[in-house]
Write a protein that binds this ligand. Structure first.
Ligand SMILES: [Zn+2]
Length: 460
């Protein structure tokens, strides 16, 4: 039996349906009916600016783990939890085959999911903003897969792309390229893995993800992945020699550390490459282990030295500072990528730090939105992942780790989809989506990930 006040609070939350205005905890007074506040917050106008923030692999489970560690169950809600309109998205993809009807797959990778909100269309694993075919190694058609970046650029908006992964990784690549396989990051990768799509193919293809990002003339493109951009351009003997050179010849300023990013205030487009691969995470790893597990009820995550790399927030601030100069507005996609990558590695602290990075970026975006109410801010994930909160008295099969939360209580997290600590997998549950600003009410309810595309581009 729940205490009377808790029961009333829960009832009020349920009655509010998909909308959350403030988060109810047991010690709160009964919250007021929020119907009037919701009605007042509905704005069907077309936003001038759009900020889309993706937590890669941030299912409800990962978000809850981040909340309990950072603020506790009894503490304040995360910024992400304060967004007024909430809903959920199905993330299924398509399975390659003879077609034209393709079977659904329930556990997608990040390529078809990013394609779904970037183009409004489903595709298969590894594929970026390109149609289906008989197999991953057989390119499909790009026809009809116009992306959010392309549409918003054609409307005169400035375009920004920020990620803590390689900037050529699937999520930042989907709105900025069309290619059959996500592994075709740079020209050398493309020559070996997507030969028909290389710029030197006959007929010429669109080229690697990195080359296409330059060709898209993104105003801001920030993340890791310098080694991909350092690959030689196919068939070019003289200059430009690498994709970095190609970017410079197309009017980009290239920055490689946070001081250079913060200092640059000129008119050029900005390409930031802050790590050869994925950027460093906020916390040192705490990798789950079989019984007796890793960590303990007094274990806290410890900060990692990230050298001269900017945080997700620092990259996002720099991007907004530049993009907001455009009088037609901007479209910015931001990704906290290593919630997913550390989840794959059963790394509890790594995963938590990336959720924290995401949330401080959401808080900043919400502040910007308050001062610029013609801005739509949306926060969501691309797919669910393996980590689960289990009882601290449980000895689950597989891999687990325990940390002390902000409540001073133990939180045990189990990783159960892989047979090795480094071999964990995505899962197929629906993911959360939350928003504020013009069009934000269109995220409400249980929807498909492709619906998000129409909300992002303003439902034309
Ligand atoms: Zn993943």
């Amino acid at each position: 039996m729940l205490p009377k006040r808790t029961l009333a609070a829960l009832t009020a939350t349920v009655a509010a349906g998909a909308v959350t205005v403030g988060v109810v905890v047991a010690s709160d007074p009964v919250p007021p009916d929020n119907g009037a506040a919701i009605k007042a917050a509905i704005d069907s106008s077309t936003p001038k600016n759009v900020i889309l923030i993706i937590g890669d692999g941030m299912g409800d489970s990962e978000l809850t783990i981040g909340r309990y560690y950072q603020n506790g169950a009894k503490g304040a809600p995360l910024a992400t939890e304060k967004l007024p309109f909430t809903g959920s998205l199905l993330t299924w993809n398509l399975e390659y085959g003879a077609g034209p009807d393709y079977d659904p797959g329930y556990v997608p990778d990040s390529a078809p999911t990013a394609t779904a909100w970037s183009t409004g269309k489903k595709t298969g694993d590894a594929r970026l903003s390109q149609g289906m075919s008989t197999g991953e190694t057989v390119p499909g058609s790009n026809a009809g897969f116009e992306t959010t970046f392309e549409i918003m650029k054609s409307r005169g908006k400035a375009i920004g792309n920020v990620a803590t992964s390689e900037i050529t990784d699937a999520t930042p690549a989907a709105p900025s390229s069309h290619i059959s396989r996500r592994a075709c990051h740079g020209p050398a990768d493309t020559r070996s893995l997507c030969p028909a799509e290389a710029k030197t193919a006959i007929p010429a293809g669109l080229g690697s993800i990195a080359e296409q990002q330059v060709d898209h003339l993104l105003d801001v493109n920030l993340g890791g992945g310098k080694n991909r951009y350092a690959q030689d351009l196919d068939g070019n003997v003289g200059t430009p020699e690498t994709v970095i050179d190609y970017a410079v010849s197309n009017g980009y300023k290239v920055v490689e550390d946070k001081a250079a990013l913060a200092a640059y205030n000129g008119p050029k487009k900005v390409l930031g490459l802050f790590n050869g691969g994925n950027m460093r995470t906020k916390y040192n790893p705490l990798v789950a282990a079989p019984t007796p597990g890793a960590g303990s009820e007094t274990t806290k995550c410890t900060l990692q030295d990230r050298g001269n790399e900017p945080s997700l927030l620092e990259m996002t601030r720099a991007a907004v500072r530049k993009l907001r100069n455009d009088s037609d507005g901007f479209f910015l996609q931001v990704e906290s990528a290593s919630i997913d990558k550390r989840d794959h590695a059963s790394d509890l602290c790594g995963q938590i730090g990336e959720t924290e990075q995401l949330d401080e970026t959401v808080a900043y975006a919400m502040e910007f939105q308050k001062r610029n109410p013609d801005t739509l801010v949306i926060v969501t994930a691309d797919h669910s992942h393996t980590s689960q909160i289990v009882s601290p008295t449980q000895d689950p099969p597989g891999f687990y780790a325990t940390v002390e939360t902000a409540d001073g209580a133990p939180m045990r997290v189990s990783y159960g989809t892989g047979k090795s600590a480094g071999g964990q997998s995505h899962t197929g549950a629906r993911v959360p989506v939350a928003a504020v600003g013009p069009q934000a009410s269109n995220v409400m309810g249980a929807r498909d990930q492709t619906d998000l595309f129409h909300t992002l581009i303003g439902r034309p």
